[in-house]
Ligand binder design. Structure first.
Ligand SMILES: C[S@@+](CC[C@H](N)C(=O)[O-])C[C@H]1O[C@@H](n2cnc3c(N)ncnc32)[C@H](O)[C@@H]1O
Length: 381
């Protein structure tokens, strides 16, 4: 099978996790980029990455990289490319452009010129041209201009891969699925210890954890990927990728649980869990974490309110109470929390053993690890 050059995009801070996932899936020559990784492999690998890679946001197929000095260079190079291998003249396309070029400064103009070159090729060869559809094109083309180089790529994913297809509904500030999967990978949780999210909202960490522990492909509940609309789409290969991955699915044997103070969130989490078939094994209860009376030993992963999208009356008191619960009820556990709020981080009252910089959307956050040793609380204070 022919080998291609790909770029998988992810969130800042998850590049190394993505690189490991890609290598595990069989990618060759994996290199970390800013918010992504480049790698090589055949078409089957691209299908696999779309279906199984938990921390990729989208997968681009790099078609051509060339030096570009002028608009003419850009037009001619794009017009020479064999676009008929990916789409036909009856189909639709969209071009997204990003430019850091020394001469061509306007991304909309670059996109327009690139689109003209592609449709002109079709018109010259066949007398008709594909249409432009900016919302749901058959082929979405990425044109990236550095000061003197152009990279042309096809987006094989379409909708970003955090759209897993399992979310029936959501709460006010749900965590992105790809970020949740990346954070779980950063904790090193491997499904052996119980996992609990005491502020689980719509249940994203619980579902991502369950999918991880059961080896359920993250694309299992999603029906559309853009590579399915390409002229070279190989349905037999896609079916085999799905069945090979699905064969590894195992029953959920570890304990995963969630809670939330909001009844609406609990009911949403339960609906989402039911949709993915984990509602029998994963219990989510309406509980105010600050009224905890039972001990927990295992891994806590949670995304509390930061006083940004979800407001808090007293941020310091909120996080202090969390720290107190960790200290008093979670001996022998490790607790991981993500927050963008610096006052919050200082108020937990425990020294984090890890502080990892990640981004939740535009918010720069820290993913903090607290270790509560059994029998010697003093070490944490
Ligand atoms: C940022 S949201 C979590 C979103 C979640 N990660 C998701 O993906 O949907 C924070 C959650 O904390 C819950 N919460 C706030 N205070 C709480 C408390 N004292 N005990 C339990 N849950 C609480 C809120 O109801 C909200 O659902």
């Amino acid at each position: 099978m022919e080998k291609y050059h790909y770029i998988a995009k992810t969130f800042a801070g998850l590049e190394s996790i993505l690189a490991q996932e890609l290598a595990d899936l069989g990618a060759e020559n994996v290199q970390n980029l800013v918010r992504g990784c480049s790698f090589e492999g055949n078409k089957k690998l691209m299908y696999r990455v779309n279906y199984e890679c938990r921390t990729a946001l989208r997968v681009l197929v790099v078609l051509k990289t060339f030096m570009v000095n002028s608009e003419r260079d850009l037009y001619n190079n794009l017009k020479e490319m064999p676009w008929e291998n990916y789409m036909d003249s009856m189909g639709s396309l969209a071009v997204d452009a990003v430019t850091f070029h020394k001469v061509m400064k306007h991304s909309l103009y670059v996109a327009q010129l690139s689109k003209d070159a592609i449709v002109d090729r079709f018109r010259d060869r066949e007398g008709r041209r594909p249409s432009v559809d900016l919302v749901s094109p058959d082929v979405r083309i990425h044109v990236h201009l550095s000061p003197d180089e152009c990279t042309v790529a096809l987006d094989s994913s379409g909708d970003p891969l955090f759209k897993r297809g399992y979310r029936l509904g959501s709460v006010d500030a749900p965590i992105n699925e790809v970020l949740a999967a990346g954070l779980l990978a950063l904790t090193g949780w491997n499904g052996e210890k119980p996992l609990h999210d005491p502020m689980c909202g719509s249940g994203t960490f619980l579902i991502e954890a369950a999918m991880l522990a059961t080896h359920t492909p993250c694309g299992k509940f999603r029906s559309r990927f853009d590579f399915m609309k390409w002229v070279d789409y190989d349905d037999e290969l896609w079916q085999s990728v799905q069945s090979e991955a699905d064969e590894n699915i195992q029953p959920l044997t570890c304990k995963i649980s969630g809670a939330d103070a909001s009844r609406r969130a609990v009911s949403m989490a339960n609906r989402n869990l039911q949709h993915v078939g984990f509602s029998e094994q994963i219990v989510v209860l309406p509980k105010d974490y600050f009224r905890t009376t039972e001990n927990f030993e295992g891994t806590i992963v949670t995304n509390p309110p930061y006083d940004e999208r979800m407001k808090l009356d007293d941020t310091a008191a909120f996080y202090q109470q969390m720290g107190n619960i960790f200290k008093n009820y979670c001996a022998g556990s490790e607790a991981w929390l993500i927050t963008s709020n610096e006052e919050a981080m200082k108020s937990v009252g425990l020294r984090p053993s890890k502080k990892i910089k990640v981004f939740n959307g535009k918010l720069e956050c820290r993913f903090l690890k607290y270790e509560m040793y059994s029998g010697s609380k003093k070490r944490n204070e």
